[in-house]
Write a protein of this length. Structure first.
Length: 318
């Protein structure tokens, strides 16, 4: 009876070898679907009008200021219909800051920003949906074998974020909300091209990373995600200085006095270095921010017949 059972098992295994289709790249990349959840932590940094480095202000990393780096925390859940493609929903909270005082002046264009003497901070909350593409899957002989494997990937998606810029009052040193002060005349009829900006807006997250599988169920990633935005007012600085008399025309007295101090911090009320009409920011360069995060992920499950088949093996001895 025992020999008959063993013979039957061997017969099934040998038959299966001939019945299985010949492996192909397409088959190997379409075997597994699974969910994943986890947390993200890492630094974030602002790229905008305030702060910067020597010379003219430039978009992207040219004006990156390491001292302004802050911490971002988040959580995510993702679905991978195949090993080479994933869709992630993420929620993150963090802080962004910029400050002209940190500029190391060398006698160039950066001196104008240092004299501007403005600063800002803003908490932000964001939610985004991104696609994850793992191109090296197509070169792997067994994509379902994850243990101690590195996989680079790229991401692109769409998101929503909320911000609220604040600056320090030069008189009291306290942080105050900047949007209600209309520091560049936003919403004033004298500036029809400057509507009040919204503090909840869309962005486009894009970036790249590399994932390392600590086990079949746990992975650790490092990724850099840049956010393209559609506003130049994350730091409340964009265009030029306005006539401070407008603040007293449209705002209550206390708010008008505060707006005058916050809109122009060069010198004092009688000896301003810059005046109405002078350049305050660069409206052609939209603000941006990025995060460099460590992402710890946990696989929730798999519908892969291939992954379950790996737990079945033919007998090697009796």
């Amino acid at each position: 009876m025992k020999q008959s059972l063993h013979a039957s098992v061997w017969t099934w295994c040998v038959s299966a070898l001939f019945l299985l289709p010949v492996p192909s790249i397409a088959q190997n990349t379409e075997q597994t679907s699974h969910f994943e959840f986890g947390i993200t932590v890492g630094p974030s940094n602002f790229l905008g009008d305030l702060g910067g480095t020597m010379g003219k202000g430039r978009p992207f990393l040219k004006d990156n200021n390491i001292p302004m780096t802050k911490l971002t925390l988040g959580a995510f859940v993702s679905y991978h219909p195949t090993e080479w493609l994933g869709f992630r929903l993420a929620i993150n909270k963090g802080n962004l800051e910029g400050d002209d005082a940190i500029i190391n002046g060398k006698g160039g264009y950066e001196e104008y920003r240092k004299i501007r003497n403005s600063n800002f901070r803003s908490k932000f909350t964001e939610a985004f949906i991104i696609g994850e593409l793992y191109p090296t899957i197509f070169t792997e002989s067994d994509p379902t074998d994850l243990f101690r494997k590195f996989r680079p990937y790229g991401v692109l998606g769409v998101g929503l974020y909320n911000f609220n810029p604040q600056g320090t009052d030069p008189l009291t040193g306290e942080w105050v909300d900047l949007k209600p002060l209309h520091t560049e005349g936003q919403g004033f009829p004298e500036y029809p091209d400057r509507p009040e900006y919204k503090t909840t807006q869309m962005n486009i997250p894009m970036g790249f990373g590399v994932k390392y599988y600590l086990s079949e169920r746990v992975n650790l990633s490092f990724e850099i995600i840049h956010r393209k935005t559609f506003t130049d007012y994350i730091d409340d600085v964009s265009k030029d200085y306005v006539d401070p008399a407008l603040f007293y025309q449209y705002l209550p007295l206390a708010d008008a006095q505060l707006a005058e101090r916050m809109a122009n911090k060069t010198g004092n009320s009688t000896t301003r270095v810059f005046n109405a009409g002078d350049k305050r920011g660069t409206p052609t360069n939209m603000d941006a921010y990025y995060t460099a995060g460590f992402k710890l992920g946990f696989l929730l499950g798999s519908s892969s017949s291939d992954r379950s088949m790996r737990s079945m093996s033919c007998p090697v001895r009796f």
